[in-house]
Design a protein around this ligand. Structure first.
Ligand code: FAD
Length: 406
């Protein structure tokens, strides 16, 4: 019997296992490895980081979805994998030999080598880090009471991309709660985003992007744009504005909470395995395998797929991770059943919606633009759909987003 090893139980890995369990009938045994016993919905990390929903709301047990007759689930950390020997090395378990391996190890925070970013700012790439951000903010608010240092009330988000903006919206919603802890008015909680890009929300057309920026201003979120972050010191972000050179003194913004959301890369294990990659992403074959290794699939945030006639790979999203997983399960099932493999992988985005807090959002879906409250409902429906694809109806009932009426 063939052995399929799946590394990572995020959107890509878990969905692959769920589909394979349906499509395979004794042709192969699956081993799924994940460093936690639970799956978390990464797309809601910012809500946990702001303390607006509890971590349990976005997590569910992986074991509940695993059919032990078809899949062995191992909770452990993958330390490395070798395409040459077809071995996966784990921290606390014996090496595993595979016939097919699906690498779905997801993303890590990218600091771009900026000095002090790792030591002096808080990343937000998993549920533990999101909880740490919430705890840090609450501690800062409590620390304001004895000394009235306004620094404790300031929050800086480094990076105003999709994730940074979604986080800013959630922090704005959380202001009344933070203010209560600090014993101040909500308006005294300052939120600033610092970002190098020329245009915010580049994934949206001008009308939508401008709407998003207006919303951020209305929520009293300061946006420092055209600002290249140079260094992070404890409680301090140093940056230069476009056009300024190294002779210009650095600008500084001060805050008791500094959160790092400038970007992500694919898992570093991909590069360590000797695969040709850029920022942890491998340009995969039309069947989503490594360029010279048809036994090794790479999906989700560790994979790069070029759109037809495109110049840049598709952005990494949960949506494309799920779509890749569906494809890989079909492809593997066809190979194991000696059937013709499906045509080359292709992707059709169903749209993108960015939330700015719980009841405001903006986005495009099925060729239509959505803004404000209707967009926030759409966002929650999209999250429920992903949850259905991963956790099934049971998880949608328990963890779905039905907080629609306000
Ligand atoms: C705040 C935020 C908001 C987002 N919003 C959206 C959105 O609205 N829509 C959208 O489509 N996308 C969104 N994204 C992007 C989306 O979350 C990612 O593209 C998606 O999670 C990628 O799926 P994946 O399966 O590749 O990786 P992940 O979901 O990160 O899963 C990787 C899994 O591998 C495990 N793992 C990692 N390393 C190891 C190891 N060494 N050993 C064992 N296990 C390991 C991890 O614990 C995790 O379970 C958002 C991301 C963030 C951070």
């Amino acid at each position: 019997m063939k052995h399929i090893v799946v590394l990572g139980a995020g959107y890509a890995g878990l969905r692959t296992v769920i589909r394979l369990q349906k499509l395979l009938h004794g042709q192969a045994h699956i081993t799924l490895i994940n460093q936690n016993p639970y799956h978390y919905q990464t797309t809601a990390l910012h809500e946990v980081a702001a303390g607006n929903i509890p971590p349990e709301k976005i997590c569910f047990d992986i074991a509940d979805l695993v059919d032990p007759a078809k899949t062995t689930f191992i909770v452990d950390r993958v330390s490395s994998f070798s395409p040459q020997t077809r071995l996966v090395h784990l921290i606390d378990h014996d090496d595993l030999h595979y016939d097919y391996c699906i690498v779905a190890l997801g993303f890590v925070s990218e600091t771009f080598g900026i000095e002090g970013a790792e030591e002096n700012s808080l990343p937000m790439t998993n549920v533990r880090q999101a909880m740490q951000i919430n705890e840090h903010i609450e501690n800062q608010m409590a620390a304001y009471q004895p000394n009235h240092d306004a620094n404790h009330l300031r929050i800086i988000i480094c990076g105003a991309g999709f994730t940074g903006i979604e986080l800013a919206g959630e922090l704005a919603d959380a202001r009344p709660r933070y203010a209560k802890i600090a014993g101040v008015e909500p308006g005294q909680i300052e939120i600033e985003m610092i970002d190098a890009s020329k245009r915010l929300l580049p994934m949206f057309n001008d009308a939508l992007a401008n709407y998003g920026i207006r919303l951020l201003h209305q929520l009293n979120i300061r946006i420092t744009q055209h600002a290249r972050i140079n260094k992070i010191q404890p409680d301090l972000v140093d940056y230069r504005l476009d056009g300024e050179d190294s002779t210009t003194p650095l600008h500084q913004s001060q805050a008791g909470t500094i959160i790092w959301t400038t970007g992500v890369s694919g898992s570093s294990l991909v590069g360590q395995a000797g695969l040709q990659q850029r920022r942890g992403r491998v340009m995969v074959s039309p069947h989503l395998t490594a360029p010279n290794d048809d036994q090794l699939y790479l999906i989700g945030d560790v994979a790069a797929v070029m759109p037809p006639n495109g110049k840049r790979p598709y952005p990494t999203t949960a949506q494309i991770a799920l779509s890749m997983a569906n494809y890989v399960a079909e492809d593997l099932a066809a190979r194991l059943n000696n059937r013709e493999r499906p045509d080359a992988y292709s992707y059709h985005s169903q749209g993108t919606v960015a939330s700015i807090g719980n009841t405001r959002a903006l986005g495009m879906a099925s060729g239509h633009s959505y803004m404000g409250y209707p967009a926030s409902v759409l966002k929650k429906m999209i999250m429920n759909k992903s949850l259905l694809e991963l956790g099934g109806a049971k998880q949608v009932i328990h963890k779905g987003r039905f907080d629609l009426y306000h």
